[in-house]
Design a protein. Structure first.
Length: 153
């Protein structure tokens, strides 16, 4: 942002110098002519200088407006790039992280699938629906044959 302001300041300084040179060159022309200048010539020269000044001011305003538009577009591009980078990083983090383990149900023993109430009290196969996979310890001793599947019949 600072380089753009510096550039605009330099443009304004150059414009002021150019206008000063134009004014000096008009005075030199009048002096070299050798004759006296009339009021009409002086008025015409002043009008021309004012017209050039207006044109130059308009040009400077246009240059500044263009510079502001370019700066706004650059900021917008930077924001979009940063957002895209953030999304990419988040996606990579999600892909790299292992999926969260399902939270055990509050009233389920973690050693059984599907849910079996925690010990105590003791649960027997008639208290449970269908076969149950024993995934850890077997505090209810539902898997009598030790094959990992309880309440099979």
């Amino acid at each position: 942002m600072a380089p753009m302001r510096l550039r605009l300041s330099l443009v304004a300084l150059l414009a002021a110098c150019a206008l000063t040179l134009l004014a000096c060159s008009d005075e030199d022309t009048n002096e070299k002519g050798g004759g006296e200048t009339t009021t009409e010539q002086t008025d015409t020269a002043a009008q021309e200088r004012r017209a050039r000044l207006r044109e130059r001011r308009t040009e400077i305003r246009r240059e500044r407006a263009r510079a502001r538009r370019e700066q706004a577009a650059a900021r917008l591009r930077e924001k979009r790039q940063a957002a895209a980078e953030q999304q990419r990083l988040e996606k990579e983090a999600q892909q790299a992280a292992p999926p969260p383990a399902p939270a055990p149900a509050e009233n389920c023993d973690p050693g059984y699938d599907p849910c079996v109430p925690p010990f105590p009290p003791d649960v027997n196969c008639p208290d449970v629906d269908g076969p149950v996979t024993v995934t850890g310890s077997d505090p209810h001793e539902l898997d009598a044959d030790g094959d990992g599947v309880a309440c099979e019949s």
